[in-house]
Ligand binder design. Structure first.
Ligand code: HAM
Length: 418
């Protein structure tokens, strides 16, 4: 039997890891500059956290969760997203007592049993940021600006920022009932799921992937026409902040974003280069979620970046950085190999990338190997060099050779590579 990865799961090979590291380290640096601290939560949580937090009618909860039972029959689920977990950690550890404004980010894998396609996997990774404790539109702007700065910092252009407001508990019910009436008029043309959703949770019809349903909601009423004064002012103020920051945006009243917890602002950053899976990041405000999950009535807003999607665009846009060893030690004979083994270790501890062959070979073969690895310099040591106390360093680019004392070779080489 040949073992291969499970459908929708993939290996991330060394060639790709450079882009992953670049994206993650850029995000860490930038998020820290915005005052965010990293948090790590378990991959497995109680199923109820997600079904209650994300919403039972959502595709994620109703179709896509990897759920298992423990020996007592309790449901546990591999996290399909990070927000509910971060909210749980915020409540459980009373993080709000340390600081009324908590800014947290997390990086790691998520699991959704979706139909795999380009840009859509069953295990995928997110870089996720959440800001707790502020209701005002400036925190919305802060979050969106941070997301846009991340793409700017990795050199992306041509992305489109879509924004919407889903209103609040005061104004959304009126929109929902209008939408319900609209959908009931088209009920025969909706898919089976959307017929049910139009009764139970009409906003979810906007998420449907069935073409006929998409065509119907294209003519649906816009929630932006139903916002109460407070929600409208909040949204207008956010738009002012974005304009002031020189960040262009598109109003998209169909952006309901697939998760039930959103209130007011939702946003998505989209590309036209990934086909159907065009969102590289998405997020929004979720002022009721902390309370819904048993915590204090604290507002929050956040977003998540889809790492695989961003990395695939980076691969198209930038050629990968080619890394080569700083030094290759061509050790000829048993004595030289034994001595060199210690030098290799000491130099590696210092942070230099040093290579040496595992098998004993002649000089010609070793030089060929050093060339294949792209080593910048080669140190040549054999019995003669050991007894004279002087090795030879060859610069592989210029072919120049210099003698180097072997007595303090590690110190000498460290100076040489400074
Ligand atoms: P989401 O829109 O479900 O939001 O996911 C955020 C991003 O994760 C998407 O824009 C996409 O780039 C990536 N993504 C989602 N599903 C997949 C998949 N199956 N394969 C590859 N990439 C995927 C959330 O998860 C919210 N928790 C975001 C948030 C944080 N809202 C507030 N705070």
């Amino acid at each position: 039997m040949e073992f291969t990865t499970i459908k929708g799961f993939k290996d991330i090979l060394p060639d790709e890891v450079g882009s992953w590291q670049r994206l993650e380290s850029t995000a860490r640096r930038l998020f820290e500059a915005f005052g965010f601290f990293e948090i790590k939560t378990p991959l497995l949580e109680r199923t109820e956290l997600f079904s209650r937090g994300i919403g039972r009618e959502t595709d994620i909860v109703s179709k896509e969760m990897y759920t298992l039972k423990d020996s007592k029959g309790n449901g546990m689920t591999l996290r399909p997203e990070a927000t509910a977990s971060v909210v749980r950690a915020y409540i459980q550890n009373r993080l709000y007592q340390k600081n009324p404004i908590q800014k947290l980010f997390t990086v790691g894998p998520m699991f959704r049993h979706e139909r795999p396609q380009k840009g859509r996997f069953r295990q995928f990774h997110q870089i996720n940021a959440e800001l707790f404790g502020d209701t005002g539109p400036r925190s919305d702007a802060d979050i969106i600006v941070m997301a846009m700065c991340l793409f700017d910092s990795i050199g992306f252009s041509g992305l489109s920022l879509n924004i919407n407001s889903l209103g609040c508990q005061q104004c959304r019910p009126r929109f929902k009932s209008e939408l319900k009436d609209f959908l009931l008029g088209k009920i025969a043309s909706l898919c089976v799921d959307c017929r049910r959703r139009s009764e139970t949770n009409p906003l979810r019809v906007f998420d449907c992937k069935v073409g006929a349903c998409n065509r119907i909601v294209a003519d649906a009423p816009s929630i932006l026409g139903f916002l109460c004064d407070e929600c409208r002012n909040h949204f207008e103020s956010l738009k002012d902040y974005l304009n002031g920051s020189g960040i262009p945006f598109v109003l998209n009243h169909k952006l309901v974003r697939g998760l039930d917890y959103y209130t007011r602002t939702t946003f998505e950053i989209q590309t036209d280069r990934l086909g159907a899976q065009n969102a590289v990041a998405g997020g929004g405000r979720y002022d009721g979620l902390v309370k819904l999950l048993g915590g204090p009535d604290h507002p929050a807003i956040g977003f998540a970046v889809g790492v695989e999607r961003v990395v695939s665009l980076m691969a198209e846009e930038f050629s990968p950085e080619v890394k080569c060893p700083d030094l290759y030690i061509a050790a000829l004979g048993e004595n030289a190999e034994r001595e060199s083994f210690q030098w290799v270790t000491d130099l590696r501890k210092y942070g230099l990338w040093v290579e040496m062959d595992y098998g004993s070979k002649g000089l010609k073969a070793l030089m060929k190997k050093a060339g294949r690895l792209g080593a910048k310099k080669v140190l040549i040591v054999g019995d003669d060099e050991l007894s004279s106390g002087k090795g030879v360093i060859r610069d592989m680019k210029t072919k120049a050779q210099v003698e180097v004392g072997l007595e303090n070779i590690v110190t000498n080489l460290r100076k040489y590579f400074k």
